[in-house]
Design a binder for this molecule. Structure first.
Ligand code: HEM
Length: 211
């Protein structure tokens, strides 16, 4: 029962995560593409009842994960399952901060981060944001793809993701993530005066610094 609920809530939230990661990778093509796709997706995932459902699904999924973590010691797990757990721990540590920074605070002040806001954050603290976004993207992809395979088995869907396929998905995701970050970081394109964006102004005001 607990495992089926975890599978169902994980599969539901994975739909958001895959769409969200594809959107993130599209940052490689610049602000217009990233912001345009995000604006369209936002009509769906920020439709209030759906947003509450998605966030509740993620929370239920995580709480069951913690319960199972206590019940099932790591030595009983396969290598793949151990990586699934490691990626879960990374997501657990960082996800609340991520959602608060890019959804909670902006919602309070009625601004959206958008491409310019992310690009500014990378100019503001590159040593933090390059590895942070890279690992967030990779952990989300690995956990989402492997988790979907587990959920499929649990819910009786005909989907099998081999370890080889999972490795390829993760490797391709890593390359796409690097391309997106180099674009957001202003390495492969001119990102313009991102310190003038609404998100940069808000961040600077909250941190008490010059944007
Ligand atoms: C790896 C790079 C990532 C970047 C650059 C990124 C960036 C963003 C941005 C800009 C938003 C605001 C979206 C909007 O205004 O429409 C957002 C929201 C969000 N992100 Fe991420 N994200 C990343 C990865 C992830 C991952 C892996 C997860 C989950 C496993 C995740 C979960 C969320 C959630 C739950 C929201 C709030 C959605 C909402 O309620 O509107 N993000 N992210």
């Amino acid at each position: 029962m607990l495992k089926s609920l975890q599978a169902a809530t994980g599969a539901l939230f994975a739909l958001f995560v895959f769409a969200h990661l594809i959107n993130t990778w599209l940052a490689a093509f610049g602000a217009r593409t990233y912001d345009g796709v995000q604006e369209a997706l936002r009509q769906v995932y920020q439709f209030a009842p759906l947003e509450v459902l998605l966030l509740a699904a993620a929370a239920v999924h995580a709480v069951i994960g913690i319960v199972r973590w206590v019940q099932e010691p790591p030595r009983t797990l396969s290598k793949r399952a151990r990586w699934h757990r490691r990626s879960a721990v990374f997501l657990l540590v960082f996800i609340v901060g991520h959602v608060a920074a890019v959804r909670g605070v902006p919602m309070l002040y009625d601004v959206f981060p958008q491409f310019a806001g992310l690009a500014w954050s990378m100019q503001f603290a590159p040593y933090y944001f390059y590895p942070y976004y890279f690992l967030l993207g990779l952990a989300g992809l690995y956990h989402g793809a492997n988790g979907l395979g587990i959920a499929a088995g649990r819910l009786g869907w005909r989907l099998h993701i081999s370890s080889r396929a999972l490795g390829s998905i993760t490797a391709v995701g890593a390359v796409l993530m690097v391309a997106a970050l180099l674009s957001l970081g202003g390495v492969t394109r001119d990102v313009g005066p991102v310190h003038e964006s609404d998100f940069a102004r808000l961040g600077a005001e909250l941190f008490g610094i010059e944007p």
